[in-house]
Design a protein around this ligand. Sequence first.
Ligand code: ISJ
Length: 103
Amino acid sequence: QSTPMIQTSASNPLQNNRIKIDSIDKKLIALLGERERVVKEIGIYKAKNNIPALQADRFKQVLEKTVEAGKQEGLSATFITELMNAIHKESLRIEEEIKAQKQ
Ligand SMILES: C=C(O[C@@H]1C=C(C(=O)O)C=C[C@H]1O)C(=O)O
């Protein structure tokens, strides 16, 4: 086993890349917050107009578009599908919560 090279903090690739990741994660969470705030608006509209939260055809389109966009970024369809399913599950939870508040 080799001794790790001593580097200055400015040239430490592990530290620098972790700083980059922390910054990217912050943006990812901000974007998810923005997306779910739009979902809330849709949830309010659906609750008022008696439209079901789940729109399977629309989510199918969302999945197709994001899997394709993921491909362009070298991300697997499995990963994008799991990610979008998790986001969709939360969207439905939020929309159902809004609907329940209106009763
Ligand atoms: C946001 C909506 O509600 C649900 C959530 C979706 C999503 O998070 O992309 C898509 C379809 C619906 O199941 C919508 O109908 O557009």
